[in-house]
Design a protein around this ligand. Structure first.
Ligand SMILES: [Zn+2]
Length: 264
């Protein structure tokens, strides 16, 4: 079994505040990167404990948030922006059998959820796919699902874990923060968070061997509605080929292949 790990920063224990901790130049950014990388390394230890040794980590936080010098020796890192062409990236992901998410947060608008947002925390109000609210967990799971990879484990705050469990019944999660509000949470210590992730990942691999989860796939065709906070962002989104304007703040996109749509 080969494992592909998607990472984000806002669901990491100890990272609770936008910008100072999540943007390059923020006073807490370098420390936040180390916290994320500690959690990634715990996941790698959990994989190794179950004999999974081919491990690719994909740095999913826009500006890059993996502290490369601290990365576990058993892991490789996929990073850099702009992204490689989609066909190139997809071919790499298809080399793997399962995927995991580390450091993930809940979708925009989830009450209480620490650091809740979807893609751009300053412009996106909500996304709905075929009428259902979705966030970054569904985006990742559906995209990787279309490439044949089931999402078998997620770590993040409690609300992100709840969102993942609703989306993928049977997924193994590890909650490393108790969310109190968008800017406040109760974090476990790094050591405790690492223990939960290490043990959770190992358990997810055992479960996957005994009773495998399938790649996430929703029936198409797909309609993605993107609602923004302001009309100028919607103006720009509405200029995309095939986009329909729903109202001042909302744009609708349609497609048959989820990969064409989900990250547009
Ligand atoms: Zn994110």
């Amino acid at each position: 079994m080969k494992a592909y790990i998607g990472t984000d920063l806002e669901g990491v224990a100890g990272v609770v505040t936008f910008y100072t901790q999540t943007s390059p130049g923020g006073t807490g950014y370098e420390a936040a990167k180390r916290l994320l990388t500690g959690e990634i390394n715990a996941a790698v230890d959990g994989l190794l404990a179950e004999g999974v040794s081919d491990i690719l980590v994909c740095d999913g936080h826009g500006p890059g948030a993996v502290h490369y010098e601290s990365l576990h020796p058993a892991a490789k890192l996929l990073h850099g922006r702009p992204l490689a062409p989609r066909d190139v990236r997809d071919a790499v992901v298809r080399e793997y059998d399962i995927c995991l998410m580390i450091g993930q947060h809940a979708r925009a608008g989830q009450p209480l959820a620490n650091m809740n947002h979807t893609q751009n925390s300053q412009s996106v109000d909500s996304y709905h796919l075929n009428g259902k609210p979705i966030g970054e967990i569904a985006q990742f799971a559906l995209y990787q699902g279309a490439l044949g990879l089931p999402l078998v484990f997620l770590s993040g705050d409690e609300e992100a874990c709840r969102e993942a469990e609703e989306l993928i019944p049977g997924i193994r999660t590890a909650a490393v923060k108790r969310s109190l509000s968008r800017n406040s949470a109760i974090s476990l210590s790094p050591a405790k968070a690492h223990e939960l992730i290490r043990e959770g990942v190992a358990d997810a691999i055992r479960r996957q061997r005994e009773n495998p989860l399938s790649p996430l796939a929703w029936p198409g065709p797909f309609v993605l509605e993107k609602r923004f906070f302001h009309t100028d962002t919607a103006d720009a989104a509405a200029d995309a080929p095939g986009a329909e304007r729903v109202d001042g703040q909302t744009v609708r996109l349609r497609g048959d292949d989820i990969r064409d749509l989900i990250y547009r």
